[in-house]
Design a protein around this ligand. Structure first.
Ligand SMILES: Cc1cc2nc3c(=O)[nH]c(=O)nc-3n(C[C@H](O)[C@H](O)[C@H](O)COP(=O)(O)OP(=O)(O)OC[C@H]3O[C@@H](n4cnc5c(N)ncnc54)[C@H](O)[C@@H]3O)c2cc1C
Length: 328
């Protein structure tokens, strides 16, 4: 049994047979995470002191990150007492995960390869969640992760923005078979992609590619529900390949929001920004030293943004991400 110490001085015990994430959870401590299978980097942590053994190769970490001493808490088992540069997220009161039945309430094709699916849930079993979290949608023996695209609603409905992955098992269901009234199961909420305390933050930057806009839409909806107009400067950079990729329009009068859609390549009718979202953030000359960044979508965008933005003044601990990696 080893002792794990966090940045906020919290400590917990961890068996050599369990991962740091499991040890923390067993002790009532919640660490940042998403996929929990070493496929994304949400649970990346810097080891300040001590040694760990990895269950599988941490291929999502770059060799530079490995050399610096980063590990994935969902994949690392302690071999000594350790100290990590991460904090307990317990104070955010994340609702417990449960599995509930859910019926398809609406199916709207927003463009050829993106569908909005709305589920209704039983009134007695509404799913409580923090805006930005995701769930697993279960259909018989298929289970896939999807981010909830709305903030908590009083009617318990859950909206999802789903992309068609050609040849994908669940994609085939969403785009060819799904019918209003179909009964599936939803397991959640999951992950820790939600808004942190922004009271002392100058700028909040959201980066999305494709349907990675889903949890960001949910977070913006939640922010816009506040009584007073929020003064914090908010940027939303949304990357797509073609203009129809911007299938949702952010309209939040109560937010000081600057929305910048970004096409990855030039297009005759396009007068907006061109390139990659992270490069356009740099072009905007935003002071990143007192900013928080929330990135969701492709792994490539997340990895490149994290490096570029931290190289340009963003604190490592102020970058939060949810990568839409392939489901298990
Ligand atoms: C935390 C999390 C949240 C997610 N939220 C959303 C969401 O809100 N909206 C959404 O559209 N998707 C989301 N995804 C992705 C989703 O879980 C599935 O991966 C995706 O819908 C494909 O499932 P499928 O059964 O159609 O494809 P599969 O049958 O699983 O795969 C078929 C083929 O498609 C390709 N493929 C599958 N998934 C991906 C992927 N994620 N990236 C690149 N290529 C892939 C691969 O080549 C694979 O071989 C999320 C993933 C995670 C981990």
């Amino acid at each position: 049994m080893f002792e794990v110490k966090l940045k906020d001085s919290k400590t917990f015990t961890c068996e050599s047979s369990e991962t740091i994430f499991q040890g923390a959870k067993r002790n009532g401590i919640l660490l940042e995470h998403s996929c929990l299978t070493a496929r994304c980097k949400s649970c990346r942590a810097l080891i300040i002191k001590g040694q760990v053994e990895n269950i599988q190769d941490e291929f999502v970490l770059s060799s530079e990150e490995k050399e610096l001493g980063y590990t994935l808490t969902c994949n690392a088992k302690p071999c000594s007492d350790i100290e990590l540069d991460i904090e307990d997220l317990g104070s955010y009161n994340i609702p417990d995960t449960k599995t509930i039945p859910a019926k398809i309430d609406a199916i709207n094709y927003l463009k050829k390869d993106v569908v909005q699916i709305v589920f209704r849930t039983p009134p007695a079993q509404k799913l409580n969640f923090l805006s930005g979290q995701y769930v697993n949608i279960i259909k018989a023996d298929i289970k896939r992760s999807y981010s909830i695209a709305n903030s908590l609603r009083s009617d318990g409905k859950l909206e999802f923005l789903i992309k068609n992955y050609p040849g994908g098992v669940m994609s085939n269901y969403w785009f060819n078979e799904a019918t209003i009234g179909d009964l599936l199961r939803i397991e959640g909420p999951l992950g820790t992609f939600f808004l942190r305390n922004i009271a002392n933050v100058e700028t909040v930057i959201f980066l999305a590619t494709g349907t990675g806009i889903a949890p960001i839409k949910a977070i913006l909806e939640k922010l816009a529900e506040q009584e007073e107009t929020l003064k914090t400067e908010i940027y939303l950079f949304w990357g797509g390949r073609f203009t129809p990729d911007f299938f949702w329009e952010p309209e939040f009068k109560k937010l000081n929001l600057k929305y910048i859609p970004v096409l990855s390549r030039s297009n005759q009718d396009w007068t907006g920004d061109i390139g990659y979202v992270q490069d356009v953030v740099i072009q905007q000359n935003i002071n990143l030293t007192n900013a928080q960044v929330y990135a969701c979508g492709s792994e490539a965008m997340i990895n490149t943004s994290q490096k570029l933005l931290t190289d340009n003044g963003l604190q490592e601990s102020n970058f939060y991400s949810d990568a839409f990696v392939i489901s298990n």
